[in-house]
Write a protein that binds this ligand. Structure first.
Ligand code: NAD
Ligand code: MG
Length: 378
């Protein structure tokens, strides 16, 4: 049985990953989270882990006291999270939200573990560096994002270089079909009300703006090596066709299933094998109709802005990502309106300087500048 470490274990993906581990008996060696120490303590005790890390130093101190009757080591800060990523094990499942996941992904690769990657911001910002490091260390990047898992599954057994196009599906989010006028005054509560998926707050807002789909186009470029103009985004309201591929002979293969992240999580852990799936199975007869249409890129500007960023390349994807992280935070705090998210992302994209050759430090610098650009625009 494989052993793992789980980063971001208290979040939506992290808790579902632990559900899969609990059911299938994976050994969990380490856990890391941002600040929710109550849940982290429970998880650490249940899975008898060797060590845990809490990003927030003060919270780590509190957790140390709570766990003092155990042998569990408590680490803190980004270094602590990276240490968890480097613990012995077969796979590091990264379910941290945001660019905060990038360094831990690199630490996990450095330690030779395969990566089950939910943290798409890792590839959006550090795709080139992460891919090069993974190649050097001979580790696999196994996608957990449902669309990328679907593409990965659709590609199994296909000859090299036969992929000609990716069909990336999008639910359209809670505001599908709305006009810009109708979006002017939408509330945080409305934006958090996703029709098909229950997820963390940041990705739920990203789904409402279609930023999530833009980040996923960039993620797909790095995972599958096709340029953005060979990735077709399709709004598919039912979230049953999780994405697909077109081969050079025109054949299209897609992966279908209920909208449940436990399947892509499970597949990343069992790959290249498949194991039994204990959750709800798909009944196409019950669903009846599957629909597909083009996204409204005039209303949902974040999607074309991400495509512009990956087409320009260099640090631009980091800039749109950083600006978006900052803008979403402000929106959730009630400090900006919904449509301002895209405006601020656009402003940063067109004002932060680009570099075609860059280091990890350049990425963090570009992220910082993008956030400053957003904050100085208020
Ligand atoms: P979430 O907000 O529910 O959970 C985030 C986790 O990261 C929490 O455990 C939090 O404590 C931890 N965290 C935050 N900052 C941290 C830091 N600096 N250091 C260490 N840990 C930190 O988010 P989520 O919905 O589970 O999403 C996680 C990632 O997976 C995101 O990148 C998201 O885009 C991706 N993803 C999520 C879903 C989904 O269904 N939720 C689907 C596809 C992809
Ligand atoms: Mg997705």
């Amino acid at each position: 049985m494989k052993s793992l470490v789980i980063l971001g274990s208290t979040g939506s993906i992290g808790t579902q990953a632990l559900e899969v581990c609990r059911r299938d008996g994976y050994k969990v060696n380490g856990l890391a989270a941002g600040s929710n120490i109550e849940l982290l303590e429970k998880q650490a005790r249940e899975f008898s882990v060797k060590a845990v890390a809490v990003f927030q130093e003060e919270k780590a101190k509190e957790l140390k006291i709570k766990l003092k009757d155990t042998d569990i080591k408590v680490l803190s800060g980004v270094d602590g999270v990276c240490e968890i990523a480097s613990l012995p094990g077969d796979i590091a499942l990264n379910a941290i939200v945001g660019i905060a996941g990038l360094r831990p992904t690199l630490s996990a690769i450095e330690s030779g573990k395969d990566i089950a990657l939910a943290n798409k911001e890792t590839l959006v910002t550090g795709g080139e560096i992460v891919n090069a490091k993974a190649k050097e260390k001979g580790v696999k990047i196994l996608p957990v994002d449902s669309e990328h898992s679907a593409i990965f599954q659709s590609l199994q057994g296909s000859p090299e270089k036969s992929l000609s196009k990716i069909l990336l599906t999008a639910s359209g989010g809670p505001f599908f079909g709305k006009t810009r006028k109708e979006l002017e005054n939408v509330t945080v509560k409305e934006a958090l009300n996703h029709p098909n998926w229950s997820m963390g707050a940041k990705i739920t807002i990203d789904s409402a703006t279609l930023m999530n789909k833009g980040l996923e186009v960039i993620e797909a470029v790095h995972l599958f090596g096709l340029p953005a103009d060979k990735i077709e985004v399709l709004v598919h309201r039912q979230s049953i066709v999780h994405s697909g591929v077109e081969f050079s002979d025109g054949a299209v293969i897609a992966q279908l299933g209920t909208p449940d992240m436990r399947l892509p999580i499970q597949y990343a852990l069992t790959y290249p094998q498949r194991s039994d799936y204990a959750f709800e199975h798909l009944s196409l007869a019950d669903i009846g109709t599957l629909t597909f249409q083009k996204p409204d890129t005039d209303t949902f500007r974040c999607l074309p802005l991400c495509i512009e960023a990956i087409t320009d390349g260099g640090l631009k994807p980091t800039v749109v990502n950083g600006a978006n992280e900052q803008a979403v935070k402000l929106f959730l705090e009630g400090k900006i309106k919904f449509l301002q998210i895209a405006e601020l992302v656009e402003k940063a994209l067109h004002s932060v300087n680009n570099k075609k050759e860059f280091t990890l430090e350049d990425i963090f610098e570009a992220d910082k500048k993008a956030r400053q650009c957003v904050l100085s625009s208020l």
